[in-house]
Design a protein around this ligand. Structure first.
Ligand code: DI6
Ligand code: FE
Length: 394
C-alpha cells in the first residue's frame, strides 16, 4: 500500500485473519498471528482481503429479456409509457410464466456468474414476475436453488406487489387481496421468502395498497422493504419507516420528511445508480441529506430486464461515485456492510469482524479505491464463503 495514503477503510496493513468453523475467529497484524499449522495457512500475496460483496437488491430470476424495449426507449418512448401500454414489467411476466423452472434457473445462473466473478458472496433475489401463486413460488424456488448450484448465499424477497397482472386489469384491490390473503400466507408457510417488498409508484401500487401488503407481511412475521420514490414522491419512504422496513430502495424523489423517518426507523437507503443511469434519470437521490441524517447507504445492481440489465457490482461502485458523489470507501461499504444491513444480516456478514461468517473476497489490487476505479476489469477475486475457499480455475 502507498504509505502516503492514510490507512482508511478500517484497513489492517500486513494483516491476517483466522477462520474456525466457518466464522472469523481472529483478526489482526500478521506478526501477532497465533501459531497455525502451516498447511492451514493461505498467503494472499499482498492482495487485499475485503468482505465478500453483498448485492442486496436484484430481480435476477426472470424469463426473456427486453432488448427490443431498449430500442424503443432509445427512440424516445418513456419507461412509464411502455408500462402503461402493457409492455415493461408485464411483458417479462408473460415470459416468466411461460418458461420452465430448469430454463429459468439456467438463465439466472448465467447472470449470477457475472456477479460472483466480481466477488459477490451474497445476493438478494426478488420474485415479482410471476404475479400468481404458482409462478411466484416457481421464481422463489429457483432463487433458492441457485444458492446450491452457484456457491453463493441467497436471500429471497417476495415481490408480489410489483405490477398488476393483466388478468386483474382495473381490479388492483382484488389483486392486493390475493397477495395478502393467499400468496403471503402460503409463501410464509413454505418458508420461501426472507422479506416482502412492493412497488409503490403511480405505475405500481398506492401507499394504501402497500400498507395492506405490509400488514399481511407483519402478521406472518416477515420484515418488509419497499421500492420507494423511484419515479415520483408517493410518501413510500415514510410508510416503509412506519413499518420499520429493512430498506427503502431507489429514493430519487424522496422528501426530507422521508429521509428523517428513515433515519429514525434505522431503515437503510438502497441506492441503485444502474437504474438511474439506464432510465436517463436526472434527479439524483439526496445523498447529502442522507449522509447528514446518518441513514446507512447501500448499493446494489437492481439487476432486472427493464431498468437495469446489469450484472456487474463493480460497475455500480463506479456509478455511485461518478453519478451520485459517493467516495470509493462509501461505495465499498455500500456493497458490503450496508448491503448486509439492508437484508437484516448485519450481524452475520458484511464486515470482517470476529464472530461473523468468513465470507471474503481476495483481490489482486494495491488499494481498495481500485474497485470503484476500473471499468470492465476482470479481477476474478478468490471468494471465500463460510471459510470455504473457492477453487480458482487457472
Ligand atoms: N423498479 C425497478 O427498478 C424494477 N422494478 C421496480 O419496481 C424494474 C423492473 C422491470 O422493469 O422489469
Ligand atoms: Fe428493483
Amino acid at each position: 500500500m502507498d504509505p502516503t495514503i492514510p490507512a482508511s477503510y478500517g484497513a489492517i496493513e500486513n494483516g491476517a485473519l483466522g477462520v474456525t468453523g466457518g466464522r472469523i475467529t481472529w483478526l489482526g497484524k500478521m506478526q501477532e498471528l497465533p501459531t497455525y499449522k502451516s498447511e492451514n495457512i493461505r498467503d494472499c500475496e499482498s492482495g487485499w482481503l475485503t468482505p465478500g460483496l453483498v448485492d442486496c437488491h436484484t430481480h435476477l430470476v426472470f424469463g426473456g429479456n427486453r432488448a427490443r424495449e431498449f430500442e424503443k426507449r432509445l427512440q424516445g418512448v418513456s419507461y412509464e409509457q411502455i408500462a402503461r401500454e402493457g409492455g415493461g414489467i408485464v411483458s417479462t411476466v408473460k415470459a416468466t410464466r411461460k418458461i420452465n423452472a430448469d430454463d429459468l434457473l439456467k438463465d439466472a445462473a448465467l447472470r449470477l456468474s457475472g456477479m460472483t466473478a466480481q466477488g459477490v458472496t451474497t445476493v438478494e433475489i426478488k420474485s415479482g414476475y410471476g404475479l400468481d401463486l404458482e409462478n411466484e413460488i416457481k421464481m422463489l424456488e429457483v432463487a433458492k436453488d441457485l444458492a446450491r448450484e452457484e456457491n453463493v448465499r441467497v436471500s429471497t424477497t417476495f415481490l408480489g406487489a410489483h405490477a398488476l397482472p393483466p388478468e386483474y386489469k382495473g381490479r388492483a384491490d382484488d389483486y392486493i387481496d390475493l397477495v395478502c390473503k393467499q400468496m403471503i400466507p402460503e409463501i410464509a408457510k413454505q418458508n420461501l421468502a426472507n422479506a416482502v417488498d412492493g412497488f409503490c409508484e403511480n405505475i405500481g401500487f398506492t401507499p394504501t395498497q402497500i400498507r395492506r401488503v405490509f400488514e399481511a407481511a407483519k402478521k406472518h412475521g416477515l420484515p418488509v422493504k419497499l421500492h420507494a420514490e423511484q419515479l415520483t414522491d408517493q410518501g413510500g419512504a415514510i410508510l416503509a419507516a412506519e413499518f420499520n422496513a429493512l430498506s427503502a430502495d431507489h429514493l430519487e424523489y424522496v422528501s426530507e420528511g422521508g429521509v428523517r423517518a428513515m433515519a429514525k426507523a434505522n431503515t437503510v437507503a438502497v441506492l441503485l445508480p444502474g437504474a438511474f443511469y439506464y432510465l436517463k434519470e436526472t434527479k439524483k437521490p439526496p445523498i447529502d441529506l442522507l449522509r447528514e441524517h446518518g441513514v446507512p447507504m447501500a448499493l446494489a445492481t437492481d439487476c432486472n430486464p427493464g431498468s437495469s440489465p446489469i450484472t456487474s457490482p463493480l460497475l455500480i461502485l463506479n456509478m455511485a461515485c461518478t453519478l451520485f458523489g459517493f467516495t470509493p470507501e462509501e461505495a465499498l461499504a455500500g456493497m458490503t456492510r450496508e448491503g448486509a444491513k439492508a437484508l437484516g444480516l448485519g450481524d452475520e456478514i458484511g464486515t470482517l469482524e470476529k464472530g461473523k461468517n468468513a465470507d471474503l473476497a481476495i483481490w489482486p489490487i494495491d488499494h481498495p479505491s481500485e474497485l470503484s476505479y476500473w471499468l470492465g476489469r476482470d479481477y476474478r477475486p478468490t471468494r471465500v464463503i463460510g471459510g470455504n475457499i473457492e477453487s480458482v480455475e487457472t
